[in-house]
Design a protein around this ligand. Structure first.
Ligand SMILES: NC(=O)c1ccc[n+]([C@@H]2O[C@H](COP(=O)([O-])OP(=O)(O)OC[C@H]3O[C@@H](n4cnc5c(N)ncnc54)[C@H](O)[C@@H]3O)[C@@H](O)[C@H]2O)c1
Length: 423
């Protein structure tokens, strides 16, 4: 059986959705008595298509509205926390609703193992730190006496029902394996890919999603302000034509490769065009904060990558193998390639570079003539005398030959390897 604590958009949809898809009994509790009374009488206290119809289908059968939290959790094996996490006046997530509910749950456990699953959006490390601390203050061992997990919710208001019942993925951020197993079992009837990750990763994924959406909106608005400042630009048409780019379509859409971290963008177009539109905006009276940040972040990520490599180098053996010189795989274009900035930084530290690129060795050598690099004809030769290997371009060859990096310290600047176990 399941318990759902907090019956807002997320909680009520979760409760009714589980009743519908899994056929399990769901005990529901909300601290707001007016709200729970309305729900008990079959009324959804906010506008959300389909929810009322399914609430009434399951009410007093698989959906039981309780008067207290202890009634709600008594028979439940998995408890979903769906309380609010608003912003406090310092800009932090206010976790007081979460803390209050966890404290109350702990007080009513009666020695039974149950999984507290936080569905509310909480900053990364909330479960592994704040929630675990409360559990321990209640004399319980997290992961043993009580299970903990995060299960981010991606539903959209106005489409809550469809998004919950037909999700595109389920993410389980488990603190302990037993919690993950129980949640995976519960979600099986949804017939969708389930990703099991640790709790911090689960919490991070939700913010990754929301901050990307927020960034896209602000970027669009920033661009509209540049367009307004320059004048005679049909903003609506320009954006509609942008949406025709075939990289938006497909599954996963090709655009996904741009929303992926690495050691920076380069090549002929992105660096100069970003800089040029930024400068044009300034000239016309709109300084684009997003473009300014985009340029700065590109410099910063190269610097951070160089720093990671430098930190991995042993003082007695100052050699690094660099795999990849072109700005992207399947290209020999080395203009503004992040590899150049990173290698320069390494050379300034007195590090000897052994470099290999499947296509770009010669063009890189001609363009960056002053860089003292030992160019090698193969990946094997480049890594032969180096214990530290930096991957700066996501060439398929480097991934295919992961095995030969087994004994090396690899700085994977493009996140091409799944995990260290690949080596
Ligand atoms: N609304 C969305 O579209 C959406 C989507 C995904 C995730 N989220 C996240 O889910 C969480 C809930 O969002 P929401 O929109 O459903 O919030 P909401 O404000 O609509 O509902 C929260 C409910 O929790 C109840 N509550 C608070 N403390 C309680 C307690 N101690 N015991 C029982 N009930 C308690 C409140 O009375 C309220 O009814 C938030 O963290 C939010 O960021 C929201």
């Amino acid at each position: 059986m399941i318990a759902v604590i907090g019956l807002g958009f997320v909680g009520l949809t979760t409760a009714v959705g589980f009743a519908e898809v899994t056929g399990k009994k769901v005990f529901c509790y909300d601290i707001d008595k007016n709200r729970s009374d309305l729900i008990k009488s079959g009324i959804v206290p906010f506008h959300e298509p389909h929810l009322g119809e399914y609430l009434n289908k399951h009410l007093n059968k698989n959906i039981i509205i309780t008067e207290t939290i202890s009634q709600a959790i008594r028979e439940a094996e998995i408890i979903f926390l769906c309380v609010g996490t608003p912003c406090n006046d310092k800009g932090n997530a206010d976790l007081s609703y979460i803390t209050a509910a966890v404290n109350e749950i702990c007080a009513h456990l009666n020695g039974q193992y149950k999984v507290i699953t936080v569905k509310s959006t909480v900053p990364p490390a909330t479960i592994s730190h704040a929630v675990r601390k409360i559990v321990e203050e209640n004399g319980l061992k997290a992961g043993e006496d009580i299970g903990l997990a995060h299960n981010p919710e991606f539903l959209r208001e106005g489409k809550c029902w469809d998004d919950f019942v037909y999700p595109d993925r389920i993410v389980i951020g488990e603190y302990d394996k037993k919690s993950g197993d129980m949640l995976e079992n519960l979600y099986k009837p949804f017939n969708v890919k389930i990703y099991r990750v640790n709790a911090n990763t689960g919490e991070f994924i939700k913010y990754l999603s929301n901050t990307l959406l927020a960034t896209l909106i602000s970027w669009s608005n920033d661009m509209s302000m540049i367009a307004d400042a320059i004048g005679e630009i049909d903003i609506k048409a320009a954006f509609e034509i942008l949406h025709e780019d075939k990289r938006w379509s497909g599954s996963p859409a090709n655009m996904a490769s741009y929303a992926f971290p690495g050691c920076g963008f380069g090549g002929y177009c992105l660096p100069k065009d970003t800089q040029a539109l930024y400068s044009k905006g300034v000239e016309c009276g709109h300084e684009s904060l997003i473009l300014q940040s985009v340029i700065k972040i590109n410099e910063k990520i190269a610097e951070k990558t160089a720093h990671k490599i430098i930190s991995a180098v042993n003082n007695d053996d100052r050699k690094v193998a660099v795999l990849g010189l072109s700005f992207k795989p399947d290209s020999d274009d080395v203009r503004e390639t992040p590899a150049a900035a990173i290698i320069k930084r390494l050379c300034n530290e007195g590090i000897e570079i052994y470099a290999y690129d499947p296509l770009a060795n010669d063009v890189f050598k001609n363009k960056y003539i002053s860089l003292p690099i030992n160019y090698k004809a193969s990946m094997e030769e480049a890594i032969a005398n180096c214990s530290v290997v930096a991957v700066l371009t996501a060439w398929a060859e480097f991934k295919e030959k992961a095995e030969i990096l087994r004994d090396k310290t690899v700085i994977d600047g493009r996140y091409i390897y799944e995990k260290l176990g690949d080596f």
